[in-house]
Design a protein around this ligand. Sequence first.
Ligand code: CLF
Ligand code: SF4
Length: 509
Amino acid sequence: MSAEPVFLPVIQPATQPVTQPAPASETKGKPELASGSGCKSKKSCGSSGPVDDPEIAEKIANHPCYSAEAHQYYARMHVAVAPSCNIQCNYCNRKYDCANESRPGVTSTLLTPEEALAKVKHVASEIKQMSVLGIAGPGDPLANERRTFRTLEMVARDCPDIKLCLSTNGLRLPDYVDRIADLNIDHVTITINMIDPEVGQHIYPWVAYRGKKYTGTDASKVLSERQLLGLQMLTERKILCKVNSVMIPGINDDHLVEVSRTVRSMGAFLHNVMPLVSAPEHGTVFGLAGVRGPTPQELKALQDRCEGDDGAEMNMMRHCRQCRADAVGLLGEDRSEEFGKETFVGKEIAYDLEGRLRTHAEIERWREEVRATRETLRIESGGRRPEQVVLVAVATKGSGVVNQHFGHAEEFWIYEAGPGWARLVQTRSVARYCEGPSECGEEESVLDKTVRLLSDCAAVLCSKIGPEPREALEAAGIEPVEVYDLIEQAVAEAGARLAGRTEVEAARK
Ligand code: CLF
Ligand code: SF4
């Protein structure tokens, strides 16, 4: 295995500011997203926008989950040291990874804390842009507190530049907040799917707490009280807290706006509403009962509601990939298979701190250039949204550049695009959509499904595209654009052109 070079292309000099929509022509009536009011969020317009507090800005600067911008450059890894769990979620089957932070259906190799340390040192030296170690399963980290804290203590000792991160169902959280603070764990995720036990009883059949097994609404009551207490204790200690929620249509979808409002009022930094991943072969209660996951459009609509000031005005995470408990790499890639036990167990592994610092300095230099270009072009991603925006899909391998062939893209980044505006609002996985909850026919090709996945987009930006997909996209009213440029620049340019056209077309009707 060879070390992964950091792919940082040479930036081209900035050209014209992106402000003027071009004349109208042929967008075939793609829907506009916004009209009239502009962005209503009073906060930082999601994790992609600027953060005013310097202490928080420093904490999220290279955390790929807490900063949408950082996720273009920095990677995370998880170590699967936590096998058991103290609650039961109806979307989880313990034979698979924790569905809080992973795709159900993919098992992990369990590691001892010592093996986990060796793996972290090895991965960190190979993938130098890996900035965060998270413990997220396959069960609940705090139901396996000895293994979890031993791992984190050793990593803190040997790998001082790595940020530590935890994801928990929250039941035992209040018991360990001081320990989390002592270890300088600055980022904690709590999965909160409800604050109302009447809703919770349909999600949690039981909760085991202090030697007693709770069922029915009692289970959810205990869980919710502990989650909210844990959240409060974390925010009192200024530990950044993200709340994950699984959107389960018909069960908690409407209720999640209330969850968002509550956790915001308690000081949570970010809310990550994720889609239920549900299929009969996962063997989960929901999968077997045919409870479907939401479509990307339903998910986005709920995230928009949580963010809007008629909803919760919450800072929303839009780029989650529901990673495995042993995930390795940039959020959009999965390199876990490269790092099997044979690559680190029983080996003498030197930690390449100097090399890592050099790589991170290089990334920061590149990010600074990108930021400067964005400023020259006057491209915003937070604050007031332009009157007219459209959705634009992007194929990218990272580093902030449109640099992927349409046919190689396993996921698309969905941006709101307008004059001087480029804001990441969602990522959509082709494979997940194809295997997932949609009611597509068996005979539908991957191309057909991809076109359907992007049906609400006005354009797709990619480095290259073949004639067949080009034709299929055009037939669906989606403009294929071949471009190799900074994402924000390309998105804002497409947005200026397409949102303007849509506006003129609407006026003609
Ligand atoms: Fe891992 Fe979670 Fe930390 Fe990130 S993941 S423990 S906060 S380092 Fe990130 Fe993966 Fe989504 Fe989680 S993309 S599932 S939000
Ligand atoms: Fe499964 Fe995670 Fe829920 Fe536990 S908290 S039941 S491991 S999804």
